[in-house]
Design a protein around this ligand. Structure first.
Ligand SMILES: *Cc1c(COP(=O)(O)O)cnc(C)c1O
Length: 389
């Protein structure tokens, strides 16, 4: 291959097979491009891979969070407990569904929400808990579900990073209440844009099936008469959150490749860990003590600014100048202007999340990344620290 050293190396890039591309073309040629047989096939494949009773494909994970939260039909003042160390959509959808986001700080080693802090945040107004499996490391779900059951709370796992993650030998989606997956191009598998809700709850599954497409129910019409009718009934005002067959065409081929993607991500993560373990500039991601398989959605160490001689943003700019892309996942969500102004959150409220927020960097990690690409990242990093800029 040609020398790629001058090419920009992004922090993430999707792996799309020729078969997946051909499936999109076949879909386009078939005359049926919106929700149809390929979406059904993808949903069936998700149910099988995840071991989930119900799987509903959607236009995004944000749509999935919105619909799962909207199904709670929250009254003003009702609360949903989540983490500040997440993408804004987790909090935004709680607000849009009529709830108040109540945050608990993260664990020091995994940056997942600290399950031990949840109980103190529960009030008579709490309706649900939304844990986020950060970077594909599972939240400690056994104590979390025990707590949720004790208090009668819904659990909606934001599993945007966690397709293929396992907790104590069980796949995320194969147990528990409700999960929301993302198929954005940066995620472990992609449908361009897309998401899915999986659940054990038949009532929630029916609700999502209805609200994802206008609140349109063909069965309701059939109840009054003939089958195969062109008519439908609107039994609730719904959204327009359906996945297209064009998107599912990619998903059908991405899902069988997922375990291979995770293997490659794991090998790269291990290599980063080995290469960086002696560096005072970094605090490397930690692992929980319980059995798990991380999906390695991100490799996101913390920069130690004193040892590095620069802050995280200066480091990212210096890497960019060397043609290496990096990312921030995430800035602590409670410090965004909307959340400060509306709920009064401020610096100091969640010290662990804030420290991570200031120091975290996602290094390039994607299945198509070669060992040479990774060596380029490590070499650029050494150069940045040696030159101090
Ligand atoms: C990507 C992401 C989402 C949103 O997913 P979309 O499919 O882009 O809507 C939600 N939560 C987390 C933690 C994410 O990383």
């Amino acid at each position: 291959m040609a020398d790629r050293a001058d090419e920009f190396l992004p922090f993430s890039r999707p792996s799309l097979s020729e078969e997946a591309i051909a499936e999109v073309v076949a879909c386009l040629r078939s005359g049926w491009i919106t929700t149809g047989p390929r979406v059904q096939q993808f949903e069936e494949a998700l149910r099988t891979y995840l071991g989930a009773p119900f799987a509903l494909a959607l236009s995004s994970a944000t749509a999935g969070l919105h619909l799962a939260l909207a199904a709670l039909r929250m009254h003003p003042g009702e609360e949903v407990i989540t983490t500040p160390m997440t993408f804004a959509a987790t909090l935004n959808t709680i607000v849009i569904a009529g709830g108040r986001p109540v945050l608990v700080d993260i664990e020091a080693n995994t940056y997942n929400m600290d399950v031990e802090r949840i109980e103190a945040a529960i009030t008579p107004r709490t309706r649900a808990i939304v844990p986020v499996h950060f970077a594909g490391v599972p939240v400690d779900l056994d104590p979390l579900y025990a707590l949720a059951d004790r208090h009668g709370l819904r659990v909606i796992e934001d599993a945007a990073h966690a397709i293929g993650t396992e907790y104590k030998g069980r796949r995320i989606g194969a147990f528990g209440d409700t999960q929301v997956f993302s198929f954005h191009p940066n995620k472990n598998i992609t449908t361009g844009e897309g998401g899915a809700v999986t659940t054990r709850d038949e009532v929630l599954a029916a609700d999502v099936a209805l609200t994802r497409f206008h609140g349109m129910d063909r069965e309701a019409w059939n109840r009054f008469g003939k089958t195969g009718s062109p008519h439908y009934e609107i039994i609730a005002p719904g959204y327009k959150y359906n996945m297209m067959d064009i998107q599912a065409a990619l998903g059908i081929h991405q899902l069988p490749a997922l375990d291979g993607f995770i293997e490659r991500r794991t090998a790269l993560a291990r290599r980063y860990g080995e290469a960086l373990s002696g560096w005072p500039q970094w605090t490397l991601p930690g692992a929980p003590s319980y059995a798990h398989r991380p999906a390695w959605h991100l490799y996101a160490p913390l920069l130690n600014p004193e040892a590095a001689g620069m802050d995280r943003d200066a480091f990212m700019a210096a890497m960019k100048a060397r043609n290496i892309g990096t990312g921030i996942h995430y800035r602590a969500a409670h410090l965004y202007p909307y959340y400060r102004e509306r709920y009064g959150y401020k610096v100091g409220d969640f010290p662990r999340a804030e420290s991570v927020s200031d120091r975290i960097v996602s290094l390039p990690l994607f299945p198509l990344m070669t060992d040479d690409d990774q060596d380029r990242v490590l070499g650029a990093m050494a150069d940045v620290f040696a030159k101090g800029k």
